[in-house]
Design a protein around this ligand. Structure first.
Ligand SMILES: [Zn+2]
Length: 115
């Protein structure tokens, strides 16, 4: 079963993003992101794609990128189909700037495997 993608929409300027588990700032305007242990990956649509990938899911991310390239699909959606876990979900933040909008996705793991 695929992991869920939760869509959130910014109506104005993007607000800071915090990890829903521990509250660390994932994205903050003009600041370096803090990647806490709950973050499995970060992905920005308009940017370079996956910015950060945890080594545990590197294989699935590589596969998702291949699949997405073949089918011109969203790599995050492909990745969600490849990951099977009840403790992972994706928060996808969409900001409307211009006609396209920009989406930032973060994979959150509730129970880090290191614990
Ligand atoms: Zn956290």
């Amino acid at each position: 079963m695929a992991i869920p993608i939760v869509d959130l929409y910014w109506l104005g300027d993007p607000s800071d993003m915090h990890c829903p588990v521990c509250g660390s700032a994932i994205y903050k305007m003009d600041e370096e992101p803090t990647l806490c242990e709950h973050i499995l990956f970060t992905h920005v649509d308009a940017g370079d794609g996956f910015d950060f990938v945890s080594p545990e899911i590197q294989k699935q991310v590589d596969r998702a990128e291949e699949l997405a390239e073949d089918d011109s699909e969203d790599p995050v959606a492909e990745l969600a189909k490849l990951l099977e876990s009840q403790s992972i979900f994706v928060l996808r933040y969409t900001a409307s700037c211009g006609p396209m909008g920009v989406a930032a996705s973060v994979g959150i793991q509730f129970q880090p495997s290191s614990q």
